[in-house]
Design a protein around this ligand. Structure first.
Ligand code: FMN
Length: 189
């Protein structure tokens, strides 16, 4: 199998993957803890067109929020079983919480709150202020982690594996570089 992906194809494909409401993207995202060790969890990743970024929600009391405040690096991984495609990426995050004065960021937070399941919104409020709450109102501990990866590592798996291929897209300054690499060891081919 020859790679289907040029950078432009890939960017389009990514948007399709991250905006398909029938197939939510539950990906694993790693942060770095106080001891320099990786910490991993599943998050629901979404694409936000207005800022051309990926994002996921976090509680501001969660360990990952503290870790990302200290060190903005993340690495992520998602296996798309329908397309037999592994996506891996690296990024630096921006953290958006209730204190933001940026109107684009407030719009993103509001949107993320609205599309979050009512049960999850209830859990946020019950933790923050159980006596009296309205889940239409955004909870102050609800926050969003946004990022634009600077490196993508795409493994396209063919049915027989023999023709699988792996492509790296790496951004340096503002330009993207494309590298076809070995599926086994990542060295350029
Ligand atoms: C399918 C699935 C989706 C999840 N999505 C999120 C999410 O979008 N945001 C989030 O904070 N936690 C999400 N969680 C829970 C996290 O995996 C994790 O348990 C929790 O956020 C605490 O993580 P931390 O201790 O690393 O901060 C999800 C869990 C599962 C199983």
């Amino acid at each position: 199998m020859k790679s289907q992906f040029t950078l432009a194809d890939f960017q389009q494909r990514l948007i399709e993957i991250f905006t398909n409401a029938d197939q939510p993207v539950y990906a694993q995202v790693a942060s770095v803890d106080d001891h320099g060790l990786p910490q991993l969890r599943t998050v629901h990743l979404r694409y936000w067109q207005q800022l051309d970024c990926l994002c996921f929600n976090s509680n501001t009391k969660a360990p990952k929020w503290r870790q990302l405040q200290r060190d903005s690096h993340i690495a992520g991984c998602y296996y798309d079983g329908q397309r037999d495609l592994q996506l891996r990426w690296e990024a630096n995050v921006d953290l958006i919480d209730n204190e933001t004065s940026n109107t684009d960021h407030t719009a993103l937070l509001d949107h993320m709150w609205r599309i979050t399941r009512a049960a999850v919104r209830t859990v946020y409020w019950k933790d923050h202020q159980p006596q009296q709450f309205d889940i239409q109102q955004r909870c102050p501990t609800f926050a969003t982690v946004m990022f634009r990866p600077h490196c993508w590592d795409i493994l396209e798996v063919s049915e027989d594996y023999l023709n699988s291929c792996r492509t790296l897209f790496i951004r340096s300054d503002k330009a993207w570089q494309t590298k076809r690499v070995s599926v086994l060891h990542g060295k350029e081919i």
